[in-house]
Write a protein that binds this ligand. Structure first.
Ligand code: BT5
Length: 323
């Protein structure tokens, strides 16, 4: 259910250019005028600047740039994604909390986001470096009505969304199948997809997104310096993680709706636009073997198509592309 605070933010936002009276807010929110006033005080504590005029009502003159549930929802134009947001200043891993929330009934579209993760995770027990305020560390809870074997398509979908959003900042992002976004050969973002499913039904998916936004080169630890980058390093601009998060969520909802209605085929072209080393020879590693092959593209179901030296073609559902 939509919270009163969120509804209040929406009403204030709809009336951004004018004042909205305490009476109107009280009627629309089904709460007393004193309760409206108390909510306003809470918003002020969050850093909102509120102009309150007798007989006119309330108007928000500026929203703070500190990340919180409220600031993320202020300006977020989505139908269902992010209607419920759990924001933590610090957390072990947004992914772990999101999985716990999903297992106990959190609704489709719930977001868990943190300023800092102390035990951020990558795939296969790898760690994800996620220090305070340096990037976007968030997990999305989805309950897609698709077959479990189609779940990897959602990772590709998220990758295209991130690539599209990043490309608005005068950089050239590329997607290294399946879950890395690179700029100039360095990793700017990683995606971690986890799910709970029965044979023919997904109970929930949790999509973890890590995106380096405002690090400068010296802020990465020694092991990441040669392989990681941030949007600030690549674009030369310091960016607002709140606005970037909103852009990702809005784009994601739009693309996800298209995917659910029309299938992966509608995304394939977009993925290919950002595909890393398409047509090039790469080193491939799976649990069983390592070899060189040429990336030919992706299959309609999102699998990677590789052409081997002997001319044979194979499709891969999980692998690491090394270089
Ligand atoms: C990933 O794994 O790339 C998935 C990362 C997902 C992180 C998000 S943050 C929100 C949510 N909560 C979590 O706990 N996780 C998700 P993988 O492909 O396995 O890549 C991991 C490797 O990337 C590490 O072994 C490092 O080499 C490198 N790495 C770690 N932190 C990095 C960073 N901040 N930027 C670039 N590369 C990094």
């Amino acid at each position: 259910m939509e919270s009163t605070r969120q509804h209040l933010i929406e009403l204030l936002q709809e009336n951004e250019q004018c004042y909205i009276s305490g009476q109107e807010l009280s009627t629309k929110l089904h709460i007393s005028r004193t309760a409206v006033w108390k909510h306003m005080k809470e918003l002020e504590k969050d850093g909102y600047v509120i102009d309150a005029k007798p007989r006119k009502g309330y108007k928000i003159t500026s929203a703070p740039n500190k990340m919180s549930q409220n600031t993320l929802q202020w300006g977020l134009q989505t139908e269902w994604l992010g209607k419920s947001i759990v924001h933590k200043p610090t957390i072990a891993s947004t992914q772990t909390l999101a999985k716990q929330l999903a297992a106990t009934g959190a609704e489709h579209g719930t977001i868990v986001i943190a300023d800092e993760q102390t035990a951020g995770r990558g795939r296969m027990q790898r760690t994800w470096h996620s220090r305070k305020g340096e990037g976007i560390w968030m997990s999305l809870i989805l309950r897609p009505e698709i077959l479990p074997n189609k779940a990897p398509q959602i990772t590709l979908l998220v990758a295209t969304v991130i690539a599209e959003v990043l490309s608005n900042f005068n950089v050239k992002p590329l997607i290294k199948w399946p879950n890395d976004i690179l700029i100039n050969d360095k990793k700017v973002s990683g995606i971690l997809t986890e799910m709970q499913a029965e044979q023919d039904q997904i109970e929930f998916m949790v999509i973890g997104i890590g995106l380096n936004v405002n690090q400068s080169k010296d802020m990465f630890p020694a092991d990441l310096k040669p392989i990681a980058t941030s949007l600030k390093i690549q674009s030369g601009q310091k960016l607002d993680p709140i606005v970037m998060t909103q852009q990702i969520l809005m784009k994601f909802e739009d693309v996800y709706e298209k995917y659910i209605s029309h299938g992966f085929d509608v995304l394939k072209g977009n993925w290919l636009k950002y595909g890393y080393k398409l047509g090039e020879k790469v080193y491939i590693q799976t649990a069983k073997r390592q070899w060189y092959g040429v990336i030919e593209g992706i299959e309609p179901d999102g699998a990677l198509r590789i052409k081997n030296d002997d001319g044979s073609v194979e499709t891969l559902y999980s692998a690491e592309i090394k270089w």
